[in-house]
Design a protein around this ligand. Sequence first.
Ligand code: 5RP
Length: 233
Amino acid sequence: MSTAQQKANAAAAALDYVSDGMTVGLGSGSTAEVFVSKLGEQVRDGLNIVGIPTSEQTAKLAEEAGITLKEIDHVDRVHVTVDGADEVDGRFQLVKGGGGCLLREKIIAHASDLMVVIVDETKLKAQLGDFPLPVEVDPFAFTITAKKIYDALRASGIPHADVNLRRRGDGLEPFLTDGGHYILDCSCEAIPDAAGLADRLLHIPGVIDHGLFIGLARVVIVGEDRGARVMEL
Ligand code: 5RP
């Protein structure tokens, strides 16, 4: 099994959701980057679309691929957003934010008529929580916010939570999101009530947003070794 091939097959299948004249939200992460590169090929072949990037990294790649970009504040409508995910369950609930772009990804997905998620088979889970849940927080008083997050995780039925500040590759400085916030990665083992936890986290002052995407994805495309499986809610 090649996850690279599966990502490529999922990204290729997502092109079916894009047509001439659309404004397209461009996700972040390695799978979304494959989609951006394939979309760029279509643009060079004459497809007329406008892209809305969900991160600085995606903006750079999309520009290099020849895709015209606009800021979300300068468009009336986003027809479709195509993005990856760290985990997807059977109800199309997602964990996202492994790349630290969850806030912009969520704002743009929420503003879109349709969110299409592209993943390889390893991302499909019976229950969310295997992948540490990213929570984006204000740097101010982040240790207090971390304690409140820990309490929220416990109150949501997660007995052995571990909340860790994400650091940059050198391990010294905190990782900073495009918006200048910190990420707290929450190891949960399992998240029994994702919707309940999503609500609890948003009630904590200092939490900007979290990587649980509930009720946003309507299409999940799972790349397989040969082709892709398209699932619609
Ligand atoms: C970035 C994300 C990514 O979509 C998620 O981490 C999946 O990335 P990849 O396709 O590289 O596995 O949410 O914030």
